[in-house]
Structure formats: structure tokens, C-alpha cells
Design a protein. Sequence first.
Length: 340
Amino acid sequence: MQGFFDYTEIDKAFYKKNLGPRLPAEVYDVHVHMNLPEHAEMIPEERFLKDWALQCGHILTVDDAYSIAAEIFPGINYRIAGFPWPILEADIEGNNKYLADMRKAGKCDPFMTVRPQWEPEKVEKELIESGFAGFKPYPDMVTGEKGADVSIFTFFPREQWEILNRSQKAVMLHLPRKGRFADDDNVRELDEARQKYPEVTIIIAHFGRSFCPYYLKEGLRKLNGAEGFFFDTAAVLNPEVYEVAFNEIPADKILFGSDMPIPLMHGRRTWTDREYMNHCREEYVWNKDSHEPPGIEKNYTLFLYEEIKGILDGIEKAGLSEEQKKGIFRDNSMRALKLT
Ligand SMILES: [Zn+2]
């Protein structure tokens, strides 16, 4: 269980005022990392020290994910896709097996994390036999770094794309490289992927790591639009990103994702044109010298609540319909993962 998870009266009041009355009755969360402590215990200390997100949360069992969801989304029918923590040193095989077992028990619809060097035939067999929704590859699997400067086809090789194309399943794609969604090399490779592997449902995680609107706007412009892709909202808190998203991406291509367990911390984000800063009440190594004054910190709510408020405000501002809202929070994921 998240050691820090603490649900406060301020959180309850925030939910009641801003989220509860506006959320659809059913929510499908396409982006949650779930595992058991033993799957992450070999991740070395240095990794935690240089990765704020890992410090904020790296263990969440399936049962804990559902009990937290029941507490923070009272009365909502919450369901989770789920995938491992795709960290180079983690026990990926064990984590995949755990999630496959949870799927068998009817609890989630997981993706399988793949290492690029795994034998294609074995990977394909496991994908099909375990009924995974698709693959969750990750730049970290070759570099030990999440936003690394590597080709998409290095950490997610073409043989694995072909497996998904044959089985018509999905990939949850975390983009590499500093330029994020707007990076010329990412744009070229995404364009290649949508042409060469048309049967793959390509879900671009975090709007292509577009935590600031610049990246989303530029990426969409360079790709001539969103055709051929789905996008998830995970860990995107910036209202301006949602403004671009709801204006420029068809609403039926946007999927709600939380990125739990990370956004269960209390805080807020601020932005410059291309950078974001996290402010957080809980104590970690990364924020030990960067707290806001206690008077501000005491009013923080969950990062996840800030994200959802951003989505709901954006939906309203763009004038999307109730149907489209339900799509974003559930139905689009059902379609993308072929669950209906
Ligand atoms: Zn994630």
C-alpha cells in the first residue's frame, strides 16, 4: 500500500464540489501501474534518487488500487486496465504473471510489459494465451531512463509491432526523446507506425508526454492531425493542454488514465512554456528544498483530482456532449481495448 496515502477532509470537499456531480457513473482507467512489492524490490536506490515519480509511488497492488478508487471515487463504478512498472531492473515476468492472474480473476484488463530482446514467438504466445489487451513497452527497458534519446523501434522492435498487428491488439506507448510528442524523430516514427501497422491500436500515453501545450500543438501540426492514434490523459494536469486536446483531437480518441499510484500525492503543478514544476506536500528527496509555504500546502488536494478537474473543465469549455464525456471516461477505452 502507498505508505503516504492520506485522504483528507479537503480532498473530500474538493471532490464533492468539483468532481462528484460531474463525473459519469462509470469510469475506466486505462493507465495504472499495478504490482506486488516483490516485483519492485530489486530497483536500485540510485534509480529512486533521480526519479521523482518513482519516489512518489512504485507499489500498488490490484486490491489496493480498487480500495483506493472506492474511497476517492465514492459511488462510481471504477475499472482498471493496468500494467507493470516497466523499470529495467524490476521483475517484469513476475509482474506480468500477477496481472494475468488478476485478469483471470476478472479484476482488470492488463497490458503486458515487453523487453525488446524477448523472443518474439514466446511473447506472442503469452500475449494471446494470457489474454492481454496489448503491450506496454518502455524506453527504460533499454536505457534505464524514461525519456531517453532512443528510437521507438529500439525499445519496441518491429517484430513486436508485427505481433500486435497480427493480433489486432493495442500498444500503450510512452514516447522517448527530449522533444516529446513534437520531436521530429518521434513524429517520423509515429507516422511510419500508423502506416505500417494499421491494425494496432496505438495509444499515446500522457498525450505524448505533452505536459505543456506546446508539445501537443506542435506534434499534431507535424503529424497533420491525430488520425490513427488514441491518447491518454495520464498525469496531465495542465488546463491549456486539455484546451488543445479537445479542440484538435476527436473526442472519441481520448482516453482517461490516472497514472496511479503517482498522482495520489497532494500538490499542484505550475508551468512555463515547455517545462512543468511539481509542488507537493508529502516529503520526498526531490522536493526537500522546494516546498511552498505551509499556508498554501495545507490546501492542496490530490494530483489526480487536479487532473480530473482539468479534464472536466476542458470538456465543458469545448462544449462536448454528455455522450462524448462518457466516451472519454469509459466507452472509448472499451472500444480501443476491444472489451465490448
Ligand atoms: Zn505511467
